[in-house]
Design a protein around this ligand. Structure first.
Ligand SMILES: [Zn+2]
Length: 450
C-alpha cells in the first residue's frame, strides 16, 4: 500500500506482486521485455514489427491506499485476500487500480496465445506510488523512456469511467473520457501577531485576519469560463438532449452567458468551468486564554486549464487585499494538463474500443477533476486519455478507497475484452484504417524520428 510515511510503505508486497504476475502471465513474461524501474515499478515492452510507428502506452498503478486499522472489522471479506464471492472480487485496490493491471496483462496474454503480432510497439507502464503522486514510479518510467528518445503516439490511463444515471434526460450511460485534467496547488496562508493575554486583545489578531481573508476568498470566486474540453462535453450532451439544449449549443455565442450560468448552478458542473479554491486545514492557538502568535490555513486549489500558479496567486492576493497575510506555495504543484484533441485517429480508436464492449453508451470527452500518473507522461505525448473500463453507478460509486471495495467479475471480463480491442485498434494498422475511414478524415501516421 502507498502510505505518505515512507516507513509504512510495504515494499516487500510489491516484490510478491511481481512474482505473482510472472506466474499468472507466463507468455507475457516469456515474450515481452520487462524492466523493473526504481525497484518496484514495471515497464513491459511488446515490440512491434514496424519500427517506424511510434509506440502507444497503457498505464496503471500497482499501489493501493491503506486500509485504516479502525475500519478493518467492517470488511465483509479480508481487504488483502482477493476473495471471489457473489460475483465480485473483494479487496483493497480491486477497483483502483489492480484490475486494470490484471486486465491489460490478460489481454496481452490472450493475444499472444492467438499468435497476434502488433505492428506498433506497446508499453505497459505500472507505477508503484500513484496514490502519493507518482514521483518515484511513473515519473521515473517517463524519464527512462525520454532518455531513450521515445515519443508516444498516445497513452491511456485511468481517470473517468462509464457513468450510469449521471445525466437526467439521457438514458444511455456516459463513457466519460478524460481529455484534460485540472491542476492542483496548495497554498499556505500565514498571519503572525504579537501574542499576549486574551483579556485585553488588540482589534485584530492572527485569527481574525486569517478568517477575514478566507471569507474574502469565499466571496471572490474565480471567473467562470468555458474551456475547449467542457464545450465538447456540453456539445455532445446537448446534441443528445435535443430541443432547447441542442439549439443553445448550436448558437453557442448567443447563449454563452446562459449556458455558463446554468452550469454554475450545480457544484459538479461548476467545477468544470472555473478554478475552485477551498480551505482544507486551518490551525491556530492552543490555550483558551492566550492570543496565538500565528494562524495558518492551507487552501487546496484545483486549477482550470488555461490558468496557472501565477494567475491563481494574483487572484488570491487581490481577493485578500491584506499584506499581513503571507501567501506561499505548499508542497508539489501540478499544472493543468494540456488538452487532448478528439479529432484524431487515437480518439477514434478509443471510442471504437469502448463501443465494442459497451455498445449502448454515449462516448463523451470531459474534464477530469483529479490527477493520475498520466501527469508524468505529458513530455512523451499530447494524446493522453483518462478512461477506466468500469461502470460507476449509485451503488458502487462510494466503494473506491473505501471499506468493502470490490469489483464485479463481469467488469473484469469486460476490461480484458476492452484492452484486447484497444490493443488491436491502436497497435494494429488494418484496424486503424477501418476506424479512421468511419470517424476521422485524416490519419497522421506516427513516424518515429527517434
Ligand atoms: Zn488509481
Amino acid at each position: 500500500m502507498s502510505s505518505l510515511d515512507a516507513d509504512k510503505f510495504e515494499y516487500e508486497e510489491f516484490t510478491k506482486l511481481h512474482a505473482y504476475l510472472k506466474e499468472a502471465f507466463p507468455l507475457v513474461h516469456e515474450q515481452l521485455q520487462l524492466e523493473v524501474i526504481n525497484n518496484y515499478s514495471l515497464l513491459y515492452t511488446w515490440k512491434g514489427s514496424d519500427k517506424y510507428l511510434k509506440p502507444v502506452m497503457f498505464s496503471a498503478h500497482l499501489d493501493v491506499v491503506p486500509v485504516e486499522a479502525a475500519s478493518e472489522g467492517a470488511w465483509e471479506e479480508g481487504p488483502y485476500k482477493g476473495e471471489v464471492k457473489d460475483g465480485y472480487v473483494w479487496g483493497r485496490g480491486t477497483m483502483d487500480d489492480k484490475y486494470r493491471v490484471i486486465a491489460m496483462l490478460e489481454a496481452v496474454e490472450q493475444l499472444l496465445s492467438q499468435g497476434y503480432e502488433p505492428p506498433r510497439t506497446l508499453y505497459l507502464a505500472f507505477g508503484h506510488d500513484e496514490e502519493i503522486g507518482g514521483n518515484d514510479g511513473a515519473s521515473m518510467i517517463s524519464r527512462h523512456l525520454q532518455q531513450q528518445g521515445v515519443q508516444l503516439e498516445a497513452m491511456f490511463d485511468e481517470g473517468l469511467a462509464v457513468a450510469e444515471g449521471a445525466m437526467p434526460g439521457i438514458e444511455e450511460p456516459l463513457a466519460l473520457v478524460g481529455t484534460a485534467a485540472k491542476g492542483n496547488l496548495n497554498l499556505l496562508l500565514t498571519v503572525e501577531g504579537g501574542g499576549g493575554h486574551s483579556s485585553i486583545p488588540p482589534d485584530d489578531t492572527p485569527i481574525s485576519i486569517l478568517s477575514r481573508s478566507i471569507q474574502r476568498l469565499h466571496d471572490s470566486p474565480f471567473e467562470a469560463r468555458m474551456t475547449e474540453t467542457t464545450r465538447e462535453t456540453v456539445e455532445v450532451l446537448a446534441e443528445k438532449l435535443g430541443g432547447k439544449y441542442k439549439f443553445a449549443m448550436r448558437h453557442y455565442w448567443l447563449f454563452k452567458g446562459k449556458i455558463l450560468k446554468k452550469l454554475s448552478e450545480d457544484r459538479a458542473t461548476d467545477a468544470l468551468i472555473r478554478t475552485k479554491l477551498v480551505p482544507t486545514i486551518i490551525s491556530s492557538g492552543d490555550k483558551h486564554n492566550v492570543l496565538p502568535r500565528e494562524a495558518t490555513a492551507i487552501l487546496n486549489v484545483r486549477i482550470l486549464n488555461g490558468e496557472d500558479e501565477q494567475t491563481v496567486l494574483k487572484h488570491v492576493r487581490k481577493a485578500i487585499k491584506d499584506d499581513r497575510v503571507k501567501i506561499e506555495r505548499y508542497g508539489v504543484y501540478t499544472p493543468p494538463s494540456p488538452v487532448t484533441a478528439t479529432d484524431t485517429w487515437q480518439f477514434a480508436a478509443l471510442k471504437a474500443s469502448i463501443l465494442d464492449v459497451f455498445p449502448d453508451v454515449l462516448v463523451v470527452p470531459a474534464l477530469f477533476p483529479g490527477a493520475t500518473d498520466s501527469k508524468h507522461y505529458s513530455n512523451l505525448t499530447n494524446n493522453i486519455f483518462r478512461f477506466a473500463p468500469q461502470v460507476v453507478n449509485r451503488d458502487n460509486a462510494t466503494l473506491v478507497h473505501n471499506v468493502n471495495e470490490r469489483l464485479s467479475v463481469e467488469v473484469l471480463e469486460n476490461s480484458v475484452l476492452f484492452y484486447e480491442k484497444l490493443i488491436r485498434n491502436t497497435c494494429g494498422t488494418e484496424e486503424q484504417e477501418e476506424i479512421v475511414d468511419v470517424d476521422t478524415p485524416e490519419m497522421p501516421w506516427g513516424v518515429s524520428g527517434a
